[in-house]
Ligand binder design. Sequence first.
Ligand SMILES: Cc1ncc(COP(=O)(O)O)c(C=O)c1O
Length: 457
Amino acid sequence: MRKKTGGSIYSGASPEEVARDLAPLVDFRDEGMSLAELSALVEERLLPHLMRYDRPSFQSMFNAFPESGAEYGARTALEWNQGVTNWQVSPGGAMLEEMCCKAICRLFGLDEAAGATFMYCGTYANQQALYMALHRRAEVDGFDLARKGIAGFGGAARLKVLCSSDAHFSLRHAARTIGIGEEGIVELPVDGNRRVEVSGLRRALDEMRAQAEAFCVVATAGTTSTGAVDPVRDIAAVCRDEDVWMHVDGAYGLAYSLVPGWNPLFAGLELADSVSWDPHKQFGVPIPNSILFARRESDFARMALHSDYFNIEESDEPNPGLKSPPSTRPLTALSLVASLLHQGLAGVRERLKAPLAAVGGLHARLGSDKGFEVLHEPDTGILCFRVIPSGGVAEERLDELQQGIYERMMAGGERTISITRIGDRKALRLVAVSPSVSADDLIETAVAARDMATGMI
Ligand SMILES: Cc1ncc(COP(=O)(O)O)c(C=O)c1O
């Protein structure tokens, strides 16, 4: 993959302008073109509009430029184009994936009995976790969810998943897909630092006891908006007392449990029934790369479907495809393996420390400046804040101001920032994922945001 060069972070073009430039790329004709012509076309028409994750001025989302070991692994996987769901399509691929899953369980301090499977993305990992939790609930009720489906419960309205009000929307997708619907999600209150309040969880469980039944509690280890890590160990204790499946959504944040100093925030992880993690976020492993862990490898048996030609019931060969639905999946384990070998674990820790330190520096700087309202203490690599112009602005105009700053900055094409909602207020959000983003880079963006406000009110 080519390292991008040049000044701006993307073209800054409008959707109409981008569509105009891309039109020749979808103008399919009878005659083909040479690879040289093809690459010239893509270079001219598409690349200027792609986002440059390698730049320290990319500060808005979880995407990262590929780490070079990971890039080598992804390239090799692509050259061989291996499918890995079963031994018959790729003996080495299937075995590498199984061995990598076990090794990654150990890396995160999970028990020997734990297992994992690679997934396409965190959304699907969360969805499968909720399905497995519901399956377990059905077992308690004495039936097989895989066969009877949601009808086995005699009505899905009682079935609830509890999660933070800041939990990722993929849980709502999951609730839709597994058939309980979005009304099956109960949002829990969060504290001033946007972490789930365990007292609120206990209260919610008590209040719903008469008319509903919690089958899963989700702790988010690194929320999307603020990076907050819910109190995993305390939530696990409640789940144990209530005999409820606990899922940890660590799609974004789990990586930081590998960093000394941050590790205590994630204490209790090993008690969760399932955990999701996206190496395709700040780890710099190419998209798609996601993992779902289960505390007991045997929990994945709920996903198994055998066929007559592969994933054969009697076979004792490694068939990773028995742990998740796709019957074709790429060799994504290789990019993760290659990245860990290339950087070494010490290198990985250094890579992860950098964005945490950068956001810590931003927090210290903005906290002492009246031009900003800092909205939380950063648990991980995200800080949300509002620009507060001197002289004061009516509260209702503050939301508009943050939105205006966001739009103007994104249209500039020089740096990125994101917009989110914290409670009922709009907030600007800076994210550090790349090891090359420093506190100064983030502060520069925050100051640019503040300066923009001057012309907008
Ligand atoms: C906490 C959390 N969970 C789940 C997801 C979904 O992951 P993916 O984008 O890989 O589907 C995200 C994405 O940002 C996330 O932040």
